[in-house]
Design a protein around this ligand. Structure first.
Ligand SMILES: [Zn+2]
Length: 136
């Protein structure tokens, strides 16, 4: 398109930004749709014990799904932030570029496959608790 976009060795960020922005939009939509569904179900006041536990069950599913969406949305937002910062596509663990193949599969990937596997192993060992990559 112009001289800046000329086949440099640098990763082309524009397509990833587009994918990430679309994904963020999609997750936000799904979250608001779930919220709307929950509001509707709240209007049905449970009449007996059975209905009540069913109601709680649905609420639990909602919360659980919402947590996953929240996590994904945060990861997508982080990835967009990294594009702005110019650190997108670079693994913060080994500082090596993340393969385009991996970014195509998981555009919000923070770590390269090797580091991701090491982190996953550390989580499995109970060494770290927090980080886990959301799947689409
Ligand atoms: Zn790495």
């Amino acid at each position: 398109m112009n001289t800046i976009m000329k086949n440099g060795p640098k990763l082309k960020l524009a397509p990833y930004r587009k994918i990430l922005e679309r994904k963020a939009e999609e997750v936000r939509h799904s979250m608001s749709a779930q919220k709307a569904a929950q509001v509707v179900s709240r209007l049905d006041v449970p009449s007996d014990e059975g209905d009540l536990s069913q109601h709680h069950h649905e609420e639990w599913i909602f919360l659980n799904r919402n947590t996953i969406d929240m996590k994904l949305l945060r990861e997508v937002a982080d990835a967009l932030h990294r594009i702005d910062q110019g650190t997108y596509g670079i693994c913060p663990e080994c500082e090596e570029p993340i393969s385009a193949k991996r970014l195509d599969a998981v555009p919000w990937a923070r770590y390269c496959v090797t580091c991701q596997e090491q982190i996953a192993a550390r989580i499995a060992d109970g060494e770290i608790v927090e980080f886990q990559e959301a799947d689409r």
